[in-house]
Design a protein around this ligand. Sequence first.
Ligand code: CTP
Ligand code: MG
Length: 247
Amino acid sequence: PVTAVIVVAAGSGERLGYGMPKAKVPLGGETILTHALRGVAAADVARQICVAVPKGDTQLRALCAAFAAELGDSSTQITVVDGGSTRSDSVRSALAALLDGTEAVLVHDAARALTPERVFHRVADALAAGAKAVIPAIPVVDTVKTVIETHGDDAAVAPELVTGTAPREALRAVQTPQGFEVATLRRAHDAALLFDDAQSAAVTDDAMLVELLGVPVHAVRGASQSLKITTPLDLIIAEGLLEGPLG
Ligand code: CTP
Ligand code: MG
C-alpha cells in the first residue's frame, strides 16, 4: 500500500525535565528528533514523513528542513504540521496533511528515537498482508496489579489496596510505530472528537481508538531498543544503547 509515517514530536517533555520540548533534547550529540527521523528514513517504508512539532517552534521546523535537505532528492517527502495540546490532537493534525492517495500510515513517537528498522518492517509487512491495524508489542517483565485508593481504616495502613493481579502471560507492553489503514485511523480519531475530558485523558495510543471501533488489532514483535524516552533514566539508557553493542 502507498504508505506514510507520522512522527509525533509536539510534546513538551515535562517528565524528562529539560525545560524544552523533548524532541530538541540532545542524545548522542544530536537531537532526539534527528535520531527518530533518521530511523524512519532508514526503514524506507513511506513516500511521506509527516512530523508534528510544537505550534510555533521554528527551531524544530528548521531541523526538519535540514533533515529533508540531508535526504536530498530521495522519493520521500517531508511535511511539517503544528501539533496540538494532546498527542491525539497532534496525530489528527498530521492525518489531515497526508498526501492524497495514502492508503496506510504508521504513527510513531519521536520519543522512541532508537526504534530498530526491523520493527518498522514487521509493522509494514503486516499491513501489506491485509491487517487494518498492527502494533509492536513486547512481553511485560513486571507483575502487574490493579489497585484502588484506600479510605478509612485501610488508609491508616497504606495509601492503596490491591484489587487483583493481571495474568502476565497475556499482557504486552506496546510501542510504536503503530500501523493502520488510513481510512480506519481517520474514523477512529473522528469518533474520539466526541470524548469528554476524562475519556480523552485516558487515550494513550492510537490502537485503542481503533479497538473501540471493533476493528481487529494485530500485534507483531517489538524491541527493547524502542523504549520511549520519558524520564532522565530512559535518556541514560538511550545514550548507553548508542554506545553499546545493542546500539
Ligand atoms: N506528543 C505530541 N503532541 C502532544 C503530546 C505528545 O506530538 N501534545 C508526542 C511526543 O512528542 C512524543 C509522543 O507523543 O513523541 C509520546 O508522548 P510523551 O512521551 O508523553 O512525550 P511528552 O508529552 O513530550 O512528555 P511528557 O508527557 O513528559 O510531557
Ligand atoms: Mg505526554
